[in-house]
Design a protein around this ligand. Structure first.
Ligand code: JHZ
Length: 396
């Protein structure tokens, strides 16, 4: 049974960066109610009313996975480990974005699936790329003329697809006998521990736990046999899933992850009701920190035009009266306006100048990388603000 536990209010699509702030453009903006629910039967945490993916994954998709050194390195590392451990002949990626993962493989071995046409265009010259949504029809089409996949990899994508049954059925059809599906997505336990409610936005239809994934894949003749905690995106889990009859045995590491999730009571509604209370408090604290700084005439900007920060700004009603602008390295976000609150986005070269006193960490998941990069800002007294795990000014 689905129980709603968190209401993050009216939200725009997190990817809908506006090309201009003219009245005409603002009037056309699409909003929906962001409500999050917990399923007491299969332990899935999901958005109560997902948006139709056709409105989200268009030819104007903004996010480029290659924009951070952390992610480039993380994908190179997992690709090398996969090569060593599984020696795959065919590797397929679902949601290949700008090719940051597949570029680590020999092009003859790679199949890429990417429904956003602007992203698919980036990889199609070198890699066999299917510019389609992942489903059974596509799986049958691809594997009619190809050997089945030894590895199917998908990072930050499966949690974006509303129909999990169709998704995993299509994967089951596509894997070789001992083929392995490897998926990475933000961890629900990390979200609860970090109070990182900004992981909820239209694209994150689900925030997975191992206990939920294990139940869901079993409905498609698949089995979760291993998992590992990884640091990316503020705490994620990499899941290893195979066909029911494949040779892999369940690992101790997976048992430990299950144990940790049960100890944190991720299978109980009360956990989520308590989380919801903390989110409300976090909102109050963040607004009061920012307003207090504004009273002192401080200039505050935001660092990283993340999808996550779209949830924060729209839930906390943080607009351009509080945040002057947002900086982002992604060229196609620069010159645009954030969804819902319409804060201008500019390049860090222009934006990280001497007039800035405080920068809210929209990309808090890259805190280490950013603090290393922004030594000059910190040296001259600039400070970062975060809401993770509690709303505060970062002193050290
Ligand atoms: P980042 C996106 O979410 C959307 P977002 C998507 N739904 C998802 O699941 C995750 O990614 C994986 C910029 N930046 O990765 C680059 C700087 O400007 O946290 C990015 O625009 N300077 C697919 O948007 C943004 O911040 C820097 O030094 O929440 C980071 O976005 C660094 C390191 C990043 O994902």
């Amino acid at each position: 049974m689905k129980k709603n536990f968190l209401n993050l209010g009216k939200q725009p699509l997190a990817n809908s960066f506006l090309p201009s702030n003219s009245k005409k453009n603002l009037n056309k903006e699409f909003f929906y109610n962001l409500i999050v629910s917990f399923n007491t039967l299969n332990f899935l945490v999901s958005i109560a009313n997902p948006v139709n993916p056709k409105h989200q994954y268009t030819d104007k998709y903004a996010h480029r996975a290659s924009e951070s050194v952390t992610m480039r390195n993380a994908f190179a590392k997992v690709a090398n480990n996969i090569k060593k451990k599984f020696k795959p002949n065919i590797v397929m990626e679902i949601g290949s974005n700008d090719g940051v993962f597949i570029k680590n493989f020999d092009k003859k071995k790679v199949l890429a699936v990417e429904p956003c046409k602007n992203l698919a265009n980036l990889t199609k010259k070198k890699y066999k790329t299917f510019p389609n949504f992942w489903n059974k029809t596509l799986a049958k089409k691809i594997f009619l003329n190809s050997k089945k996949a030894d590895i199917i990899f998908s990072a930050n994508t499966i949690s974006h697809i509303p129909n999990l049954k169709e998704t995993f059925d299509a994967i089951e059809l596509s894997l070789s006998k001992n083929g392995v599906l490897i998926i990475e997505d933000p961890s629900l336990l990390s979200v609860i521990k970090n109070n990182s409610y900004d992981q909820f936005y239209d694209e994150h239809v689900y925030v997975f736990s191992a206990i939920a994934i294990s139940k869901i894949v079993s409905g498609s003749n698949l089995r979760l046999y291993d998992a590992e905690k990884i640091e990316t995106h503020g705490g994620s889990i990499r899941y290893y899933i195979c066909k029911n009859k494949a040779k892999y045995k369940k690992t101790k590491k997976l048992d430990l992850i299950f144990k940790g999730e049960k100890n944190a009571k991720l299978n109980k509604l009360l956990t989520y009701l308590n989380f919801s209370k903390k989110v409300k408090q976090s909102k109050k604290n963040l607004i009061s920190i920012i307003k207090e700084l504004k009273r002192k005439n401080k200039k505050i900007i935001s660092y990283g035009a993340t999808y996550k920060s779209s949830t924060i700004f729209n839930y906390c009603k943080i607009d351009k009266n509080l945040i002057d602008y947002v900086t982002d390295t992604t060229l196609n976000k620069q010159g645009k306006y954030t969804p819902g609150q319409h804060i201008p986005i500019i390049s860090p070269e222009k934006g990280m100048n001497k007039t800035v006193d405080y920068a809210f960490l929209g990309a808090w998941n890259f805190k280490k990388e950013i603090l290393k990069k922004e030594k000059e800002f910190i040296k001259r007294g600039g400070k970062f603000i975060t809401h993770v795990p509690t709303a505060r000014i970062i002193i050290k």
